[in-house]
Design a protein around this ligand. Sequence first.
Ligand SMILES: Nc1ncnc2c1ncn2[C@@H]1O[C@H](COP(=O)(O)OP(=O)(O)OP(=O)(O)O)[C@@H](O)[C@H]1O
Ligand SMILES: [Mg+2]
Length: 372
Amino acid sequence: MRIIAIANQKGGCGKTTTAINLAAALGRNGRRVLLIDLDPQAHASLGLNVESQDSIYNVISRLTPRKLRLENIIQRIENSFDIVPSNILVGTLEQELADEIGRELKLSEVIATVKENYDYILIDCAPSLGILTVNALRASDELIIPVETSRFSIQGVEHLLDIVNLVRDRLNHAIQCRVLITMFDSRLRHSFAMLETFRQKFSELLFDTIVHTSVKLKESAVLGQTVGVYDKYSRGTKDYFTLSKEIICAEKKQPAPAAASVEPKAFSEKMGTLIRQEVKDVQQLFPVRFSYDAAAAKSVFVTGSFNDWSLDDHCRLTQANGKWEAVIALKPGVYKYQFIVDGVWKEDSRNPNKERNSFGDINSLIEVTANG
Ligand SMILES: Nc1ncnc2c1ncn2[C@@H]1O[C@H](COP(=O)(O)OP(=O)(O)OP(=O)(O)O)[C@@H](O)[C@H]1O
Ligand SMILES: [Mg+2]
């Protein structure tokens, strides 16, 4: 059972988008997930078409005439995860709790009443460092800090980490923090330079997964759907699924999730079809070796039209004897590509096939043929 707050006092950095789509992706992995919308703006609720008169306010407030238990206000989303909705009244808790004894523990206490029913509880926080966010931190074991790759985000993350240290020292509660790069635009050189700065600054705190900018994430929120339902093949769906896998990998001695209720025979037939399909696709792929000479470089990626110019760990080169190399399986076709060496875009100087691109520099070209 893991409780994860998603917080950053900076507005618009992808907290709610991460909360909604990570909840859905964990749900698709068979985990029982509860998403608590703790933001009076109620963007997570609205982004899932949930408009509710009852919210976590009715559960925590002592002044409300309509006092409810947490389990009474939970709603089911897309048959995949649960949500505790928010509304504007949640904002009044900041003042109401200000004078209460044990005010930092209120959320933790109400979560305790349902936590046995879930594998994961995610908390979407407001863009502030008020008492509600402190409640979320105190209730959580882990914190995800979504950040855009801009220079000002760094100070914001450092400030939030100071608050986390304060919670550890004053409230005697340690939280494991991770930083998630969101809205990464792989078309901009600036993004790669900033990514390098983030890697140096936050190193092991950074998730390997990067969430790329994807218009489908915006569109799905407007329609009140998770991105996996809106467009299951979009980059947004893939990125949040990868993030869910990275988070699941860190599960320690967790009880196995309840098995899906599928007949064993039907399941094995379905698996058989899937495996045959996978093998067919794999047979159509050809290994292509990309290499780059840069003994002093710290990181080298290759990116191109074969992966939509995105940056992920599949296209990271590894170093051996001063040479950087990666083998990538590609379908037959003609591809444009470039190397990114310590955040700087470079053509493949050993490849004579090239073309000028709209940024005014050079893409290298490669053709993969069916006969290798
Ligand atoms: N990876 C992405 N690609 C494209 N658009 C995105 C991405 N992530 C978030 N957005 C969009 O950016 C806007 C802000 O995102 P979101 O609401 O998730 O941020 P937030 O940190 O929760 O904001 P707030 O601080 O107001 O709560 C939204 O319109 C959202 O659809
Ligand atoms: Mg939000």
